[in-house]
Write a protein of this length. Structure first.
Length: 279
């Protein structure tokens, strides 16, 4: 199957970030617990939540949660990812990696004072009822699969399609067949999640993320509940999807896993984020 070309760079710097000089950037990175950024053309970090283009409602939630400013990984990785870089984040618990990923998926609407586009959507003028259409272009893969255990595999996938506006049974069934073939699932779709192995469940979860032909897949610890051999199979599947034109953001604690992946790799450790050079 041929996929339409994907415009990977949908990051627009906030005016305050754009005005930062080299000296300003160096001072900010020093203030961010000495964050170090290595690589070609690394975007400038952001200093405050309002530089990320979040809505006032989201900013209020962040304030109530007492997150005063982005963590080091959020401050530097947000503009890196939104600039279209393939990125694998490696970070300790609490470094902000998962929060960063969730913000891309669920908190995309900026304040009206910011120019911000995501996958060709003008977020400034995007109404609340249009946000689900934007999110359909982003697939999400979880560590713990998030399948509906009281429904068969077929009904798990059908539920997503029906919830996102698919109505014709023939088209629904054809789309389910297509994504299951894509991820290499060969078992019966009448089975329930608890009848499948961990690797099979993750394949279904990946198939679910592909149902609406997303332009971006975000995977948060996608191999965290899998054995090493099955993990390699899932990573091979991600590489296949990426080679077909789907951009991937993968966050993992497994440092050895990144050597099996292509794309740019960024590591967050002890308050620093830096590019990991391939050997």
């Amino acid at each position: 199957m041929e996929y339409a070309a994907f415009r990977r760079d949908f990051y627009v710097e906030a005016p305050a970030v754009r005005r930062m000089t080299t000296v300003d950037v160096a001072a900010l990175r020093k203030d961010l617990e000495g964050v170090q950024a290595r690589g070609k053309g690394v975007p400038k970090p952001v200093a405050h939540w309002d530089h990320c283009g979040l809505s006032q409602k989201v900013l209020e939630v962040i304030k109530k949660s007492r997150f005063e400013r982005p963590t080091a990984i959020q401050a530097q990785a947000f503009p890196v990812i939104m600039s279209g870089r393939d990125c694998i984040g490696i970070a300790k618990t609490g470094s902000g990696k998962t929060t960063f990923i969730n913000s891309i998926f669920g908190n995309l609407k900026p304040s009206k004072s910011k120019l911000f586009k995501v996958i060709d959507y003008d977020i400034n003028n995007l109404s609340e009822d249009k946000i689900p259409y934007l999110r359909r272009k982003i697939g999400f893969v979880f560590q713990d699969f998030k399948l509906l255990n009281d429904r068969s595999i077929s009904d798990n996938l059908k539920f997503v399609l029906e919830a996102t506006g698919w109505k014709e049974n023939d088209k629904i069934n054809n789309q389910i067949t297509k994504v299951l073939d894509l991820v290499g699932f060969n078992s019966s779709i009448s089975k329930f999640p608890n009848e499948l192995s961990g690797g099979e469940q993750q394949r279904i979860a990946i198939a679910r993320s592909m149902l609406n032909d997303p332009e971006l897949i975000i995977a948060d610890e996608p191999t965290g509940n899998l054995d090493p051999e099955t993990s390699m199979e899932i990573i091979a599947l991600f590489k296949k999807l990426n080679s077909m034109g789907t951009s991937m953001i993968i966050a993992t604690h497994d440092y050895n896993l990144i050597h099996k992946l292509h794309g740019e790799v960024y590591k967050c450790e002890d308050g620093s984020i830096f590019e990991v050079k391939r050997k």
